[in-house]
Design a protein around this ligand. Sequence first.
Ligand SMILES: [Zn+2]
Ligand SMILES: [Zn+2]
Length: 373
Amino acid sequence: MGGIRKILNKPEKEFSAASNKHGLFSEVSGAIHIHTRFSDGEVDFPELVTAAKEVGLDFIVVTDHMSLEGKEKGFEGFYETLFVVIGYEHNDSNNKNHYLAIGTDKVIEEQDSPQRYIDLIRSAGGIGFLAHPAEERQYFKKYPSYPWTEWDVSGYDGIEVWNHMSEWVENLKSWRSFIRIFYPRRFLKGVPPGLLKKWDELNRTSFISGIGGVDAHTFTYGKGFFKFQIFPIKVELKGIRTHLYIPDNISNCEFVEAKDACLRALKNGNGYISNYRQGDAKGTELFLRYADDTLVPPGCSGRNPSLPASLSISIPLEAEIRVIRNGVQVSRKVGVYHNFDITGNGLYRIEVFRKKKAWIYSNPFPIGSYPLY
Ligand SMILES: [Zn+2]
Ligand SMILES: [Zn+2]
């Protein structure tokens, strides 16, 4: 797979993390939560694959509503530099509580209780993410909001922290907003603070992974002569991306192995979310580093990280790097590199801003035993 860049051009001895048996991590960047013509999207698979390759993505995850038709028709797999994973988006009988199910072979029957479909998807071997959990759409009656309402559920793997479509529609408030229709990526500011707070709270007691979603529908706006596509697919794929650190180069492996590595990293939160509009974040290095140079990626590391350690942060373009501990900013630096010494347990995250807009959100680094704070 030519699209994968080996990260960290450092001596191999530095990569001895327990989660990294093979000596090196590779980074893959992808777009998750895409709809095609098999549900309410306006793109078919060949067009989508071509566009994803053209914008330099390594993987995409398609999630049509209550449909795995793409998978059944054989569209899942490698396409030279791109690999395509097909899951689906489940909803309850009121079309609420949308849930991204990835890694299952069948659409389970519609269920009233979100806990029920979370459990059924897990027992079928899949992983799942609460989709656009904090969506609010007050100004656009034609497109109602679909927030997550059942927060007592358990057994899901993560939440869609940054959803392109939700943020865009929420901001569509007045006639001035028509400019947003022509420049759909320009107005992404960042994850709503309330949702970040919720994510931190959830991570206090157990690890909850975060992903970025495109929620690409490529819907058209207006009628007749004035009808045009708001989100052409290539524009959508140049927005919110999810980057994963996977412990091996998957260029020579079978699709099943590549998919397994991708799903494991998604579930364990081994990576970060970026907005491509603020710059191509690929090459970003966010690791917990021990005194012996062992590196641990963000997320659930499979071990209980011990201290002392530092957060080792390297980004490809100059920006404002923030370190967040237990929901509070504890360090800030403008530059391309930051080393932050960790002396206390807690939940750590990294945020990076460019030109006052959010560019990168790492998955959390949980340090210590639960509850973390
Ligand atoms: Zn949805
Ligand atoms: Zn969707």
